[in-house]
Ligand binder design. Structure first.
Ligand code: BG6
Length: 530
């Protein structure tokens, strides 16, 4: 799991802690098969991340990528396409010809019909040929970077030709969405486990690969001073914001069937909620951590269908201005119905019914076309029990807060009260800041690089287990059910470039609470640029 965070890490891994980018060592031989190798995900995320690992010497000598797809590519055309992706998305700047040559030599292409067993037989022959050529038994990673409809198909064929059988070496990677509701997620999990065993299945939520997301556990559980206040006695409420500047782009066809609740809340936002609310794990192991996270999901208070209106708000963006540019309404995007009722914004008020969090509201919001990209968790503390200072000391009282900035301004801000200079007792919230960029001075690895390396080393800590996926769906089903059976009637209800519909503010204001976002230096700079 992530650089330097692995449980019971071998001495070689921890001894790398002082290197500039703390990257893990290379695993044993691997063949990385990308179903959908000619597609967007391979181009934008997977191969740039594998290249990042290559450049950081975190790939083994015996390593191959086989792109499997329908398009009539050759090895050469695929490599060319992938190099373009590496140039744009690896975060490493210009591609060094020598590095690329060594990497590209490992990439080959297989044209395929995903519904034909011949495809899988041919793949099996290629894999076995590499066993012989390398005189090794490499790990096989089958990454499904295909449309969701094929996720139920490919595993069956892989099993049919015997490629799922060898539990130690065969792993399958599945991207979100894992289903579109509880029922379909269960069906998909059943299909997957009919062909592969659960420990062979890696369900990706790329948020878990983000350094700052992994740091939530480091922050909470490596520092003894925060845990004692991390509970209902000291915390009044928690807000989680997952905001994107982007609209739907060319993904209208997918998004029309998904909406924000399925696209961002069921997975990414729920993962953040789990990490903030979970109990301390007993040891740093994949199943122990995942057990503690799933406990949070099981503790979520069920939304009574009759209260969904009071506990959940949805929105859809209208035309507006984002970062100084005029942008179209959701209903004007490509492949979106002119009268679409799909939400591009969701806000929920949730409760974690356990001893630690009883009656502490967790407000979660996610939206497209917000004023800026921002993922943040804010823990709002209660007032001091005794009001020592006169009201005039802080007429506009605000709670002390801890802000975990997941992106883009990665870091942590502790906001607390301090006395302003001068003869009068006047208090003000001040910031104590930790910035990843300023402290570590190296960019974080791309989340996919961390995750793909973890697949290769068989570390499932940062991946979603089937029960976790299903519990997250189960928690949201009353909202999904109510929203699908009632037409919102007021869409579009927020202008692009704003923080969503006003009802989402009222959701908190009714409780005397509010959404807060950091105003760190970088955030201010990006506001200014607009
Ligand atoms: C994906 C969603 O999972 O996450 C997209 O499907 C969204 O709609 C993306 O844009 C956001 O990821 P990030 O890492 O840019 O916050």
């Amino acid at each position: 799991m992530g650089a330097g965070m692995k449980a019971r890490a071998p001495a070689t891994a921890s001894s790398k802690i002082d290197t500039p980018v703390n990257m893990p060592t290379a695993p044993g031989p691997v063949i990385f098969v990308i179903f959908g190798g000619g597609g967007d995900l391979a181009w934008r995320k997977l191969v740039p991340s594998l290249y990042y690992l290559h450049v950081n010497r975190s790939l083994p000598e015996q390593f191959a990528i086989i792109g499997v797809d329908r398009a009539p590519f050759s090895d050469v055309t695929l490599r060319k396409r992938l190099m373009d992706g590496v140039r744009q998305f690896s975060g490493l700047g210009a591609v060094k010809p020598k590095e690329w040559k060594a990497f590209a030599g490992r990439i080959s292409y297989q044209r395929a019909d995903f519904g034909s067993i011949a495809t899988y037989r041919m793949l099996a022959r290629r894999l076995k040929a590499l066993d012989r050529a390398w005189n090794a038994k490499p790990t096989w990673v089958f990454h499904l970077a295909t449309p969701p409809s094929l996720v139920g198909v490919i595993p069956k064929f892989l099993a049919a030709v015997g490629l799922a059988r060898e539990r130690q070496r065969a792993r399958i990677v599945v991207e979100k969405p894992i289903g579109s509701d509880l029922e379909s997620a269960r069906r998909l999990n059943t299909t997957l486990t009919e062909s592969f065993h659960e420990p062979q299945i890696f369900r990706i939520d790329h948020y878990l690969g983000k350094e700052t997301v992994q740091n939530i556990m480091a922050f909470r559980f490596a520092n003894p001073m925060f845990e004692p206040v991390w509970n209902r006695r000291y915390v009044e409420y928690v807000t989680i914001t997952v905001a994107e500047e982007l609209g739907i782009g060319h993904r209208g066809a997918y998004y029309e069937k998904a909406g924000e609740l399925r696209d961002m809340v069921q997975n990414h936002a729920m993962q953040l909620l789990c990490l903030v609310a979970m109990e301390p794990p007993v040891f740093f192991g994949a199943d122990e951590i995942r057990n503690k996270k799933v406990d949070v999901l099981h503790s979520l208070r069920t939304f009574p269908p009759e209260d969904v209106g009071a506990l959940a708000e949805r929105g859809q963006y209208d035309r507006g201005t984002v970062q100084g540019k005029g942008v179209p309404a959701y209903r004007e995007e490509q492949d979106v119905a002119a009268d679409s009722q799909v939400e591009t914004f969701a806000a929920l008020k949730m409760f974690v019914d356990n001893w630690r969090w009883q009656d502490v509201p967790f407000y979660v919001r996610a939206g497209k076309r917000m004023p800026r990209q921002l993922t943040e968790i804010v823990v709002h503390f209660r007032r001091a029990p005794h009001r020592l200072f006169p009201a005039a000391a802080m007429p506009d009282w605000q709670p002390a807060r801890l802000i975990m900035c997941i992106q883009p301004d990665e870091g942590i801000v502790l906001q607390f009260h301090a006395k302003q200079p001068g003869g009068l007792m006047r208090l003000r919230l001040v910031d104590m800041q930790f910035s990843y960029r300023k402290t570590f001075k190296v960019p974080s690895p791309p989340p996919y690089a961390t995750l793909l390396h973890d697949v290769m080393t068989n570390d499932a800590t940062l991946f979603m287990r089937s029960d976790q996926v299903e519990a997250a769906w189960a928690a949201l089903m009353p909202v999904l059910g109510t929203w699908s059976s009632t037409v919102p009637g007021n869409f579009p209800n927020y202008a692009a470039g704003t923080w969503g519909p006003s009802a989402a503010d009222t959701l908190l204001m009714n409780d005397g609470h509010k959404w807060v976002v950091s105003t760190g230096a970088e955030a201010r700079r990006s506001e200014k640029r607009r």
